[in-house]
Design a protein around this ligand. Structure first.
Ligand code: PLP
Length: 380
C-alpha cells in the first residue's frame, strides 16, 4: 500500500459546496457592498448564537480580534498580560502591539494548555489580563483560571482561534460552556485552514457585555461615532462582506465537519493502540474532563520527532510542527530576558509535538497508511 496523504487539503471541501459558494458570491457582487452590511450582521448573529453569547463583532482576522479585545480594555504601556508561551505568535504579538508586556505561564504537559496552578505566582500590581489559549481545539482548564481572575480582578480574553464549537466540561455544565463564552471576550480566527475557514483572513470577537461589544465595534472602524467623529483611536479591521458570505455557507456544515474530525481522532486512537504498548514515549492527545474537543489539530508527542517527521515526508505523508520554538525564546522577545529552561514543559513539547493530518475528508485508508508508516518507523 502506497499513497499520498497531504497534511491538509481544502479542495474536496470546496468542490462539495462549490455551487453554493458561487451563488453566495454572486449575491455580494450584485449588491456591490463589500464592507460590513447585512451578510456580516447575519454572520455575527450566527456566531453569537453558536457560542451562546449576546454579541459578536466581525473583524479582519483572529490576530485583530485579540488586539481589539486588549484595546477594548484600554490595556497598554506599563500593563502586563499573562499567556502561555506555547501558542501561535499572534497571542503575544497582540499584547506587544498595545505596548503592554506579555508574561508567560508554562503549559500543562497533557493538554498543552496554560497550567492554572502556575498563574498566581506571576501576578503583580501591573497584571491586567489573562489570555488562555484553547490550543488544537480543546478548552483550557477554565474553572481555576476564572476563579483566580475573579479574585485578582483580572480580565479574561479567550484565544479561541482554534476552538470554535469546543466545550468545557460539558458533563458538569449542563449545556457545556462554549469556547469564547467563558471569559470577558472571546476571539476567533477564520483563517482558511481553521475548522471554519474563510477564503482569506477573517475573525470575530464574542462577548456578553454590551459595553465591551460597543467598544470593540467602534474600535474596529477607527473608533468613529458618528462617522468622521472619533470617540477613540481605533484601527481599520472590518470583516469583508465576501468572507462573511462564504462563512455563512460553510457554517451550515460546521457541525458535520466537526463530527467527522472527532471520528478521525477516534480512529487514530484505535489504530495507535498496539503501538502505545510497544513505544513507551508515544503520547496521543488527551481529552480532559470529557471536554468537547473539536480537533483542529491532532498532535502526538514522540521523542525523536524530527527523525519521524523526515521519515513520514519520504513516505508521502504531510505533517507539521506546532510550535517549533516557544515564544519566550523568540528573537523578537530577547529583550524580555527569558532563558531556555524557564518554561520546561513548553520547551519539551516544542521538541516532541507532531501534528498529523486531520480533516473531515481524510479517508480511513489514508489514516491506516499514516499509522502503518509510523509503525514501520519504529520497527525498522
Ligand atoms: C492560537 C491562535 N491565536 C491567534 C491566531 C491568529 O489568527 P489569524 O491568523 O486569523 O490572525 C491563530 C491563527 O493562526 C491561532 O492559531
Amino acid at each position: 500500500m502506497k499513497m499520498k496523504v497531504p497534511f491538509f487539503d481544502l479542495s474536496p471541501q470546496f468542490y462539495s459546496i462549490e455551487g453554493e459558494i458561487r451563488s453566495a458570491l454572486d449575491e455580494v457582487f450584485k449588491t456591490q457592498q463589500f464592507i460590513l452590511g447585512p451578510k456580516v450582521e447575519t454572520l455575527e448573529q450566527t456566531i453569537a448564537n453558536y457560542c451562546q453569547t449576546r454579541y459578536a463583532i466581525g473583524v479582519a482576522s483572529g490576530s485583530d480580534a485579540l488586539l481589539l479585545s486588549l484595546m477594548a480594555f484600554g490595556i497598554g504601556t506599563g500593563d502586563e498580560v499573562l499567556l502561555p508561551p506555547f501558542t501561535f505568535f499572534a497571542t503575544a504579538g497582540a499584547v506587544s502591539r498595545t505596548g503592554a508586556t506579555p508574561v508567560f505561564i508554562d503549559i500543562d504537559e497533557e493538554t498543552h494548555n496554560i497550567d492554572p496552578s502556575k498563574i498566581e505566582e506571576k501576578i503583580t500590581s501591573k497584571t491586567k489580563a489573562i489570555i488562555p489559549v484553547h490550543l488544537f481545539g480543546q478548552c483550557a482548564d477554565m474553572d481555576p483560571l476564572l476563579q483566580i481572575a475573579k479574585t485578582k480582578k483580572l480580565f479574561v480574553i479567550e484565544d479561541a482561534a482554534q476552538a470554535l464549537g469546543a466545550e468545557y466540561r460539558p458533563h458538569l455544565n449542563t449545556n457545556g460552556k462554549r469556547a469564547g463564552q467563558m471569559g470577558d471576550l472571546g476571539c476567533f480566527s477564520f483563517y482558511p485552514t481553521k475548522n471554519l475557514g474563510a477564503f482569506g483572513d477573517a475573525g470575530m470577537v464574542v462577548t456578553d457585555n454590551p459595553h465591551l461589544a460597543e467598544r470593540t465595534r467602534l474600535l474596529r472602524a477607527h473608533g468613529s461615532q458618528p462617522k468622521y467623529f472619533h470617540k477613540w483611536i481605533g484601527i481599520n479591521s472590518r470583516l469583508d462582506t465576501i468572507q462573511a458570505a462564504i462563512l455563512l455557507v460553510k457554517f451550515k456544515y460546521l457541525e458535520k465537519w466537526t463530527t467527522e474530525r472527532q471520528r478521525k481522532a477516534e480512529r487514530y486512537q484505535l489504530l495507535f493502540r498496539d503501538l502505545l504498548s510497544s513505544v513507551s514515549d508515544l503520547k496521543l492527545p488527551m481529552i480532559q474532563y470529557q471536554n468537547r474537543h473539536i480537533f483542529h489539530q491532532y498532535v502526538i508527542r514522540v521523542l525523536g520527532r524530527d527523525q519521524l517527521r523526515q521519515f513520514l515526508t519520504g513516505e508521502g505523508i504531510g505533517t507539521d510542527i506546532y510550535y517549533p520554538l516557544p515564544l519566550h525564546l523568540q528573537e523578537c522577545y530577547s529583550f524580555l530576558k527569558y532563558q531556555r529552561g524557564d518554561f520546561p514543559v513548553s520547551e519539551k513539547t516544542s521538541e516532541e509535538a507532531l501534528a498529523l493530518p486531520i480533516y473531515p475528508e481524510l479517508t480511513e485508508d489514508q489514516q491506516m497508511f499514516v499509522v502503518d508508516r509510523i509503525k514501520a518507523f519504529y520497527v525498522k
